[in-house]
Design a protein around this ligand. Structure first.
Ligand code: TK8
Length: 382
């Protein structure tokens, strides 16, 4: 029987490899909503186009723990992400890969596919559910179709600091959210940090809600993100991340919103002249694995992957915060005019989007929204 299982596993592995290779080939031809081939080369860091340098980063922690020995089989994890090789997200997946490969002497291999090469967030989550991709690391916003309660993190101005976000995400409430993926074809291992979202556009400086009026903006595929910008008088369009650069370059949209490190490492500054430090939403990432693949793994490998995901989360938060302000300054070096809002100006945005809470708290669950707000308030009082 073991021979049959191992043969099946080999066939699945070969099939998976064929699917992923076909997908990678298709992506190279620009078929997967990723950046068209030309821009992928740029995003790959050709000198003189993509931003080649990076901030002084805290080095990844030493890899500790025994090597896992025994005839537990060999597996390859194809790990797709939306951001580029210079992003803190990518750097953290390299650390995840190194932990697995070192602790199993290469019996667990990780192949990283950045730049939406094997699909955008929704496509990669679907690929996990169908077992054609092993891991991905999307924002919570596009995952609300699978776990609706995640929408609480789409509420504007919810977290006053990254530490307050960590407090909630790493609490029992956060674990409850991750556990809600069980049975959906996805196992959610840990949160990480996408970060505070900042508005950019090609038209004008923005320092008040009035300046937003009439802007055509790309937003994530999530109804609350659409509502936020419609409430501010913009014309929001939901779009997969891999299509954003081209849409801005062709003038299909005037702007988008993402953390400074994404705006920098996805070269958005090349087509966006104005940035505003709105910090209007804090978006978490989720490190996730295909439930089908997870269930086939020996328990020792499951434990290692869970441990590695939590270490990856902790490290990614550190370098994400090191990238944040450094990226803002690099964007200025690249010619972007960045408006830093005063507390008063940011309060004007908060007041303008209060109706979003009123409309969506009942949808998300008043009790859940209040639980998160109480945890944040208690944390801020410490
Ligand atoms: C990358 C996306 C991105 C998100 C977005 O896969 O879509 O704008 O902020 O980070 O998840």
């Amino acid at each position: 029987m073991r021979g049959v299982i191992s043969l099946l596993r080999k066939w699945r592995f070969i099939l998976g490899l064929l699917v992923v290779s076909a997908v990678v080939f298709a992506a190279a031809c620009g078929d997967f909503g990723g950046q068209p081939a030309g821009q992928e080369e740029e995003a790959a860091g050709d000198e003189g186009t993509a931003v080649a340098d990076e901030p002084e980063l805290t080095p990844p922690p030493e890899i500790e723990g025994e090597v896992i020995t025994g005839d537990l089989g060999e597996y390859t994890i194809n790990f797709g992400i939306g951001l580029s090789e210079t992003s803190p997200q990518y750097r953290s997946v390299e650390y995840f890969r190194d932990i697995l490969e070192e602790r199993t002497e290469g019996r667990l291999q990780v192949r990283i596919f950045p730049n939406s090469q094997v699909g955008d967030d929704l496509q990669m989550m679907n690929a996990l559910q169908s077992g054609t991709l092993e891991m991905t690391y999307p924002s919570t916003s596009p995952a609300t179709g699978i776990v609706p309660e995640l929408a609480v993190f789409d509420l504007p101005f919810l977290f006053p600091s990254p530490e307050a976000a960590d407090e909630v995400l790493d609490s029992e409430l956060g674990q409850e959210m991750l556990d809600r993926f069980d049975g959906t074809g996805i196992k959610a291992l840990a949160f990480a940090e996408n970060g505070y979202r900042q508005l950019t556009n090609s038209q004008r400086p923005v320092e008040s809600p009035d300046d937003v009026r009439g802007l055509d903006l790309r937003v994530m595929e999530n109804p609350i993100q659409v509502d936020i910008w419609r409430t501010l008088g913009a014309n929001p369009t939901s779009m997969a991340f891999g299509e954003v650069f081209s849409a801005m370059e062709q003038g299909v949209v005037d702007g988008q919103e993402n953390p400074w490190s994404t705006i920098l490492t996805s070269n958005f500054y090349e087509v966006q002249g104005y940035g505003s430090e709105t910090r209007h939403v804090y978006t978490p990432f989720i490190i996730m694995i295909s439930e089908q693949f997870w269930n086939e793994l020996p328990g020792e490998y499951q434990e290692l992957i869970q441990e590695a995901a939590e270490k990856t989360r902790d490290y990614q938060r550190i370098i994400s915060r090191e990238y944040d302000q450094w990226s803002k300054e690099r964007l200025r070096d690249e010619g972007m005019e960045i408006t830093e809002l005063t507390d008063e100006q940011r309060r004007e945005f908060e007041e303008a989007v209060q109706p979003v809470y009123d409309r969506w708290a009942p949808e998300i669950g008043e009790e859940l929204v209040e639980r998160v707000q109480e945890m944040v308030a208690e944390f801020e009082e410490r």
